[in-house]
Design a protein around this ligand. Structure first.
Ligand SMILES: N[C@@H](CCC(=O)N[C@@H](CS)C(=O)NCC(=O)O)C(=O)O
Length: 215
């Protein structure tokens, strides 16, 4: 079986999620860097692979998979250890709700194409930054309340789940855009616990950028 190939951009938080999941599952993979700033995701040859023109896209086990959460669920179902979702249905629903709060309710509003479209509508940098901070702050506030009652070292209990896999890249983005995260002790604790795990650390955009620079 060919090695997995991840179509990726180092700063993409959706791709960052998949890098974390691949590392946690111990799956070796090659990377194909798709430069989003230069618009490579819109090229016909890339759209032939992913009609949505997004990263991540994962070629694995003779499949071509898109959508980060769908990819992570595939990995979790196919490669059992370590599990990224609790077995209990209600616990699983809670963990997925936290992952979806990030992936569906925060991240899409602040995507590159959304920010570019705001510019096209004549919205200036200052208001664009305000838009970004608004949706991240509102989303993280809600996530803190969702997570706090059942969190341990991670968002749910004491081992990482798909919710942490989504949280860490979102907090990376929040810091990058100077969104204060001090009001979210549960989220910060989970982020700190995750950072200590090599699988998370190796997926960090700075580490990926360093590897690209070395090549
Ligand atoms: N829901 C998709 C979102 C993917 C996505 O938005 N990827 C961004 C990078 S984080 C992208 O490729 N953006 C290209 C663009 O905005 O033109 C997923 O989770 O995979």
């Amino acid at each position: 079986m060919a090695r997995a190939l991840l179509h990726d951009y180092f700063r993409s938080s959706a791709a960052y999620r998949v890098r974390i999941a691949l590392n946690l599952k111990g799956i070796e993979y090659d990377r194909h860097a798709v430069n989003l700033v230069e618009g490579e995701q819109k090229a016909a040859n890339y759209r032939a692979l992913n009609p949505q023109g997004f990263v991540p896209m994962l070629e694995i086990d003779d499949h071509k998979l898109t959508q980060s959460l769908s990819i992570i669920v595939y990995l979790d179902q196919k490669y059992a250890e370590p599990p990224l979702m609790p077995r209990d249905p209600a616990d699983g629903a809670h963990v997925r709700a936290m992952a979806l709060a990030v992936a569906c309710d925060i991240h899409p509003l602040n995507n590159l194409r959304v920010l570019k479209y705001l510019t096209k509508l004549g919205i200036g940098q200052e208001q664009r930054d305000e838009w970004y901070r608004h949706w991240v702050t509102e989303g993280l506030e809600a996530l803190e309340s969702m997570a706090a009652p059942r969190a341990g070292a991670f968002l749910f209990g004491d081992s990482p789940t798909i919710a942490d896999v989504c949280l860490v890249p979102q907090l990376y983005n929040a810091r990058r855009f100077s969104v204060p995260i001090t009001p979210y002790p549960t989220l910060r604790r989970a982020d700190e616990s995750a950072s200590a795990i090599p699988a998370f650390a190796a997926a960090h955009p700075d580490r990926v950028a360093q590897q690209e620079a070395v090549k």
